[in-house]
Design a protein around this ligand. Structure first.
Ligand code: FNR
Length: 374
């Protein structure tokens, strides 16, 4: 049955110097099946690996002697000033890796002034996560926005109810995820961890008859999957800024913006849905060119270092989201771990900006990248 699971550390292990170190530690703090679920990519993991390789293939050009006396990493998203272009991606079922789950993540996010996106599949109630964030903000005298990630539900009323709850809890934006409504999950949740925000709702079943003509197509999962008209509907339901997550083509980006999306999250879901699909960083320039300049573009999938953030911003990203490292840090050292993980990433970002001569995010341009050899 493998190694016994070790409890999370009460302090940060001294040998953690980067996000990769948290991943190395976390394996000892998470039950084996849950670990496989967190780490896995679809099929062969081609896209999972490519998400890293695509960043690694980009080369930075250092720029010495720049004036960094007024340097900062501040930016603005949806009218809110943020201390950095760094956000926590929606990540489901955080109690799989630590008993405090999303509550700990929310406290860490507020402590570090980093926005957190609450998943539809959170393992704590939206209201409880928001409450934890509020009290942490009050204690620490610092805060950051909470966003809510929506997976469309089979009934629009159920989706709407989630949005209303998120609004009432003080969430400041809705992130509508569109890349995973038809996917297969083989991971059975352990007892005690579930989608508490969806309790009582009917969920579409993924199984189908062995003899049926189609495997997924005939099932409620596919029949009830959201379509473009759902975006028009959702746009009418809320005044909150609306981001569409899971876009990877200029055509879909343009269509989403035309239908009222306020921002795009370029994502392949961390390589978890369709193997062989492109990585956000490589489609970013074309999508940046295709949509109006005032539309923020956020990228995720494979962001692990401050240099990745500089590369993404150089190619037109407004901000990045971090997925799995939240769970790695949470499993290893709970709330402290998540706060420390965010701190390291911010320190790396400042270092990378300093070395490329960028005093502000606005100064990060394609000039920091070695042009691709043809
Ligand atoms: C996710 N992701 C995700 N996305 C989403 O919109 N709603 C969700 O509930 C989840 N849940 C989730 C669980 C786990 C275990 C993982 C690893 C990912 C995708 C997530 O928001 C993000 O797109 C990726 O994790 C980004 O890639 P990296 O940073 O993990 O490489």
């Amino acid at each position: 049955l493998g190694e016994p699971v070790q409890p999370a550390h009460q302090r940060i292990p001294a040998d953690i110097l980067s996000l990769a170190d948290y991943e190395r530690h976390a394996v000892h703090h998470v039950e084996q099946a849950a670990w496989a679920h967190v780490e896995s990519g679809a099929d062969q993991g081609i896209t999972l690996a490519h998400n890293r390789a695509a960043y690694d293939a980009l080369r930075l050009l250092p720029e010495p002697l720049a004036d960094l006396r007024e340097a900062h990493t501040r930016t603005t998203l949806f009218g809110r000033e943020l201390i950095s272009p760094l956000l926590l991606a929606p990540v489901a079922y955080q109690r799989l890796v630590h008993a405090d789950g999303e509550i700990a993540t929310a406290r860490a996010a507020m402590a570090m002034q980093i926005p957190m996106t609450i998943s539809t599949l959170a393992s704590h109630l939206i209201e409880d996560i928001a409450q934890a964030a509020r009290s942490a903000s009050r204690e620490l005298g610092r805060s950051a926005p909470l966003w809510f990630q929506l997976y469309s539900q089979p009934e629009r009323d159920t989706s709407l109810d989630l949005v209303r709850r998120a609004e009432a809890a003080g969430c400041e934006a809705v992130v509508w995820t569109v890349d995973a409504s038809i996917k297969r999950s083989r991971y059975p949740l352990p007892v005690g961890v579930d989608a508490v925000n969806l309790r009582g709702n009917a969920q579409p079943r993924q199984t189908s008859d062995l003899m049926s003509e189609n495997i997924l197509f005939g099932t409620p999962l596919a029949q009830q999957a959201p379509r473009w008209d759902e975006l028009a509907w959702l746009r009418e339901q809320t005044r909150l800024p609306l981001a569409v997550k899971g876009i990877l083509s200029p055509a879909a980006a343009v269509r989403a913006v035309d239908m009222g999306a306020d921002a795009l999250v370029l994502s392949n879901h961390g390589g978890r849905v369709l193997d062989g699909v492109v990585s956000p960083i490589e489609v970013l320039p074309a999508i940046r060119d295709a949509v109006p300049a005032h539309i923020p573009i956020i990228v995720d999938s494979g962001v692990r270092y401050g240099t990745d953030i500089v590369k993404a911003v150089a190619l037109g990203a407004s901000a990045v989201m971090i997925g799995r490292p939240q769970l790695h840090a949470l499993a290893t050292a709970g709330m402290l771990g998540v706060a420390h993980m965010l701190h390291m990433l911010r320190a790396e970002l400042e270092l990378a900006m300093a070395q490329t001569g960028c005093a502000t995010l606005a100064q990060i341009s394609p000039r920091v990248l070695q042009p691709h050899p043809r």
